[in-house]
Design a binder for this molecule. Structure first.
Ligand SMILES: Nc1ncnc2c1ncn2[C@@H]1O[C@H](COP(=O)(O)OP(=O)(O)OP(=O)(O)O)[C@@H](O)[C@H]1O
Ligand SMILES: [Mg+2]
Length: 432
């Protein structure tokens, strides 16, 4: 590569960006700050909780909840930015792995010094309190804790205790004349997480639920973005396709906007107008990226569990698998020097994978054997195999499967080949 190549690459990128007037309108990290579509009801509920402070009513904790891409983070920020007499601090806890991680993110956002876990939670809470005391007393201080679900995955510490301490802040600060409300944003209502009853009764029931968007609402959001982001008018079929694909499970505005952006990038690299085909390719690419991302952060054994499911699903062309059969195959699959986890730990791993959105589970009855969990991989097994170990997947899974003739007709019971056929099928099944 020499200097000329840099110039060439820049002009290539510039020409690809030609179709946009303002690409930031499709940027997931640049949330909408002016042009919110709908959500009047949610905005009113939230505002009712917040403006009461001018009449002396301060709500300790407001739980904002709903599915991903429902506009929670965007709306909360928009409202706080535009409500007078509110000071706020917005902490996104997504990257926190523990309660201490979360506390340090909050301290960072407040401009305070961070704490080491040995110093204990109380030191951290003291610092949060001091930072809030330094703000204007007449204003309501709102501490927004986005992606709050994270703290409930910290199994070593006590999330319930942490929530209790946060709510206690409210009463302590009240004594010194400060007003604080905490807004937690999560996928489920906070009362549904593992919180002690004593804490639950203190946090009250101030909740704002974001219903998933309907398809036509997602379409409205897309139309408004497309108008601002592109030079030319986008074919309505393209927007409709993005809305369709992002509403299969639940209306997800983020997914819809991502689809439109990636479709536009693919089309402009091909120097073509965006079509619904580009949206379909975008959907595949996004799914692949999402799986690769989710898998790369997993532990060795979780990866092995994913691999087993992928192998069985692909090899046997069968969706559901019991924990017991998965566990057997998992033990064989491990490298020799690694000892397997216990059956119990292995089932917990499968449950964790369900939380990560990679597998689904159901509980089936086994008659007198009681109940049995079954698992299904909810993403493309090929993508999973390639994300974990592409060479192994190609050699021991894809090649094996491709070498098995698929057009053999099952012989009748009295046929001479019947037994051979049965034995071969058994061997084939055992392989997977
Ligand atoms: N009503 C809306 N009007 C305009 N844009 C919206 C609206 N709702 C969502 N969006 C856009 O959709 C994207 C996703 O929204 P947001 O990040 O607020 O979702 P969320 O509910 O916080 O999701 P998650 O639970 O995954 O964090 C953002 O780019 C946001 O700007
Ligand atoms: Mg959010």
């Amino acid at each position: 590569m020499d200097v000329k190549d840099i110039g060439k690459t820049i002009s290539k990128i510039t020409s690809e960006n030609e179709i946009f007037t303002d690409k930031s309108r499709l940027d997931p990290l640049a949330p909408e700050t002016t042009n919110i579509i709908g959500r009047e009801k949610e905005a009113e509920t939230l505002l009712r909780y917040l403006v009461g402070h001018t009449k002396g009513q301060v709500i300790p904790l407001i739980s904002v909840y709903g599915r991903s891409g429902a506009g929670k983070s965007t709306l909360v920020r928009f409202i706080l930015d535009n409500t007078p007499e509110i000071t706020y601090c917005f902490a996104n806890l997504r990257k926190a792995k523990t309660i201490f991680g979360a506390v340090n993110i909050i301290l960072g956002e407040l401009g305070e010094q961070q704490v080491k876990s040995a110093q204990g939670l109380n030191v951290a809470i003291d610092r949060i309190r001091n930072a809030i005391c330094a703000t204007k007393k007449s204003n309501l201080f709102v501490l927004v804790l986005d992606e709050f679900d994270v703290i409930f995955y910290d199994k070593r510490n006590n999330p319930s205790d942490f929530v209790y301490k946060l709510v206690e802040l409210h009463s302590e600060l009240k004594r010194s004349g400060h007003k604080i409300s905490i807004i937690t944003i999560s996928n489920n209502v906070i009362a549904e997480y593992a919180i002690d009853d004593r804490v639950k009764s203190r946090i009250g029931t101030s909740e704002v639920f974001f219903t998933p968007y309907k398809k036509h609402e997602v379409l409205e959001i897309l139309k408004s973005r497309a108008k601002l982001a592109f030079k030319k008018k986008i074919n309505p079929d393209v927007l409709a396709r993005c809305a369709d694909l992002s509403s299969i499970e639940h209306g997800d505005a983020r997914r819809a906007i991502d689809l439109l952006r990636v479709a536009a990038e693919i089309a402009s690299a091909e120097k073509k107008e965006i079509t619904t085909k580009h949206v379909d390719s975008a959907s595949e690419r996004l799914q692949r990226d999402r799986i690769v991302d989710a898998i790369s952060s997993l532990s060795y054994h979780s990866k092995a569990a994913c691999m087993v499911l992928a192998v069985k699903t692909y090899g046997l062309e069968q969706d559901w698998h019991t924990t017991a059969t998965l566990y057997e195959r998992y033990k064989q699959l491990l490298e020799k020097k690694i000892s397997p986890l216990t059956y119990r730990r292995f089932s917990e791993i499968l449950k964790d994978l369900e939380n990560a959105g990679i597998v689904e589970s159901k509980t089936g009855s086994r008659g007198r054997h009681g109940y049995n969990s079954e698992f299904m991989i909810s993403v493309n097994p090929q993508t999973v195999g390639n994300a974990i170990d592409p060479k192994w997947w190609e050699e021991y899974v894809v090649k094996v499967k491709n070498n098995i003739p698929s057009n053999v007709v099952k012989p009748k019971k009295n046929d001479v080949f019947y037994e051979l056929y049965e034995a071969a099928s058994k061997m084939y099944e055992d392989y997977w």
